[in-house]
Write a protein that binds this ligand. Structure first.
Ligand SMILES: Nc1ncnc2c1ncn2[C@@H]1O[C@H](COP(=O)(O)OP(=O)(O)OP(=O)(O)O)[C@@H](O)[C@H]1O
Ligand SMILES: [Mg+2]
Length: 297
């Protein structure tokens, strides 16, 4: 196939106009038009070169776009879903904690997608008790006017015996008063609450000197993901993103280079698959190791 026909096919497949191609290769529309009709009187070779660069970049883009972070069921994510379901059904306060990049948010989002009555709030460092209540009012379609007590009462009466689940992600950012506010909503409305966050969430719940017994004693189940995922999980996620991860050498290299961290794995897979598609090769264990040297920590 000539480069010219490859370009014609790409344009048909992607719906690209001659103007778009001209812009991408830095030539005028007239030149591209003549080139496509095989009527270009100038240096066809140099246009071929520009066009094949464009085709390669497009292929690369397509390949890296195919690598997406889609929820995959793993040993850990299944446990996480179970902890959410139990909090939901039993109206308990449960906790999921683990290091950054191990899939806590993925689990909560998947649960929210599957259960429309679950409410997911993502906390950030600015979250005070008031902000948590306002956010909850937002989700419940309630007015945010009034003092803290009034907001809390409004949320409680909207949630009472509703059987809903309240999930708070990045809950390690919540100050004690915000955690207490959630506990009160749980107690009074009888709904399940799940707090997910980094390991210091547990310290926040207990109090540095164990002074928050009242809060921590309410916690039913606590799933601790720790600081790394098992190889089985990493391999399952890797195989879902990358065909070549079926190869044992490649999946071993990915596990090792990922340090058991799913976020790091994602960056690795995206990086090596882009690299290998540029070179038209399958992903190898060596390429994984080489790429991992470029990743931070
Ligand atoms: N179950 C899963 N299926 C597929 N990909 C996953 C899964 N869990 C984690 N990942 C990958 O790892 C990345 C990080 O996951 P996630 O954002 O859920 O981590 P986190 O534990 O919430 O981290 P942080 O504490 O930094 O918020 C995801 O974007 C995704 O690429
Ligand atoms: Mg997260």
């Amino acid at each position: 196939m000539t480069i010219r026909t490859e370009l014609t096919e790409l344009m048909e497949r992607k719906g690209y106009s001659q103007t778009q191609v001209a812009r991408a290769v830095g030539k005028s529309v007239a030149v591209i038009n003549q080139y496509l009709q095989d009527k270009y009187a100038g240096d066809v070779k140099s246009i071929d070169q520009l066009v094949s660069g464009f085709i390669a970049r497009e292929a690369e883009k397509e390949k890296s776009q195919r690598i997406t972070a889609r929820y995959i069921q793993t040993v850990t994510s299944r446990k996480g879903m179970e902890v959410l379901k139990l909090a939901h059904l039993d109206g308990e306060i449960n906790v999921i904690n683990g290091d950054a990049g191990l899939g806590k948010t993925m689990i909560l989002r998947e649960y929210a997608a599957q259960n429309k009555d679950a409410i997911l709030i993502e906390a950030d460092p600015g979250y005070t008790a008031r902000v948590v209540l306002e956010e909850l009012c937002n989700r419940l379609g309630l007015s945010k006017r009034g003092n803290m007590h009034e907001l809390s009462e409004a949320c409680i009466s909207a949630l009472r015996d509703s059987g809903r689940l309240l999930m708070v992600d990045e809950a390690e950012n919540l100050p004690y008063r915000a955690l207490e506010t959630l506990r009160r909503i749980h107690d009074k409305a009888g709904i399940g609450v799940v707090l997910a966050g980094m390991p210091r969430l547990i310290i926040n719940l207990k109090g540095k000197r164990g002074e928050y017994k009242q809060l921590y004693s309410r916690v039913g189940l606590a799933l601790s993901i720790g600081d790394a995922l098992p190889q089985e999980d990493i391999t399952a996620i890797a195989c879902s993103m990358l065909q070549d991860a079926q190869n044992e050498d490649v999946s071993d290299a990915l596990f090792r280079a990922s340090h058991g961290n799913a976020r790091r794995l994602f960056k690795l897979v995206r990086g090596v698959s882009r690299y290998s598609s540029i070179n038209g090769q399958a992903v190898s264990a060596g390429a994984v190791r080489k790429f991992s040297e470029m990743l931070i920590n």
